[in-house]
Design a protein around this ligand. Structure first.
Ligand code: TA6
Length: 293
């Protein structure tokens, strides 16, 4: 069966090739993506999966704000917004053929808690499509502004935790000479100008927002072998995050102790600026994760 509803408020997608994905209704968080019997996403062993906290791992959805806004209409919202901490509605299966199995989830004003409705008082509708292929996982977000009067600004990001063997062996390709903001340096804008830095090595805490790379694909390599590719469609920016050893000790939901070695977040989004959505308009953007090994 290509699609199954589980007792724990999650759904499982299964492709004829054997690949599979599991999505929680809480946050519409993809918590597992397996290709050829191998798990491709990192999920913390201490992740809360009971709807009490955003999931530490998988693909949490960041909307309508990335990080914490210090001013403007999103300033009252918690870090990364409410999409990852709201319970989504299962809209059903969209496609089921030899190529892809696709399932859709929806979130509207009525589905978010009253607190969030007060913090961000706009009339929005989200449709999230998860499409599983033989070796691909496509995540598409459609955002509607359902209001008849008011425009709103949003940011959106797929916060993908990719599983790796050892992050010290990891390099990220496709972000060469792209301006980035370094959160570990207080968000300073830097330019990755070094000719020699053809790839980004992960050797310490890394938290960078690469602003609008001209290419649309970022590749994670391990020991020089391409492991997974992150493609962007109508998503301008890329965030690369690994907390390294110390930060996870204060997170409370990050495990096992050396779990930070087993993950790298390569996050496709539109987060460097605000995207204005006019009343009655809609916007769509996607990422495609492709397993290469
Ligand atoms: O996407 C990177 C980031 O914004 C980092 O700054 C880091 O703190 C991470 O997300 C995790 O955020 P969270 O709110 O899930 O602890």
């Amino acid at each position: 069966m290509p699609f199954k509803q589980n007792n724990d408020d999650s759904v499982t997608l299964t492709h004829p090739s054997g690949s599979s994905a599991k999505v929680l209704l809480y946050g519409a968080t993809v918590i597992s993506w397996e290709v050829e019997g191998k798990e491709r996403l990192f999920l913390s062993s201490k992740a809360k999966l009971d709807g009490t906290k955003a999931v530490r791992g998988g693909i949490p959805l960041v909307f309508p704000v990335f990080g914490k806004a210090t001013e403007g209409p999103a300033a009252a919202l918690p870090q990364h917004g409410f999409a990852r901490t709201s319970t989504w509605e299962l809209l059903g299966i969209k496609n089921d053929n030899d190529d892809v199995v696709a399932v859709q989830f929806g979130l509207e004003v009525e589905n978010i808690d009253l607190e969030a409705q007060k913090q961000w008082p706009y009339k929005f509708g989200l449709i999230y499509t998860v499409e599983l292929g033989k070796d691909t996982l496509k995540n598409t977000m459609e955002i509607r502004n359902d209001a008849d009067a008011e425009d709103f600004d949003f940011q959106i990001l797929f916060h993908s935790y990719l599983a790796v063997g050892d992050v010290s062996d990891v390099e990220v390709k496709g972000l060469e000479k792209v301006d980035y903001r370094d959160k570990t340096q207080g968000g300073k804008v830097l330019t990755q100008a070094a000719e020699s830095e053809a790839r980004l090595d992960i050797t310490s805490e890394t938290d960078r927002l690469y602003v609008a790379p001209s290419g649309t694909s970022t590749t994670v390599l391990e020991k020089d072998q391409a492991v997974v590719e992150v493609q962007r469609q109508n998503l301008k920016d890329v965030v690369v995050w690994n907390p390294w050893e110390k930060a996870p000790q204060n997170m409370g939901d990050f495990g096992p102790e050396d779990g930070w070695k087993r993950m790298i977040c390569v996050e496709a989004g539109s987060v460097a600026e605000w995207h204005k959505l006019k009343k009655g308009d809609s916007w769509t953007g996607s990422q495609v994760l492709k397993a290469l090994l």
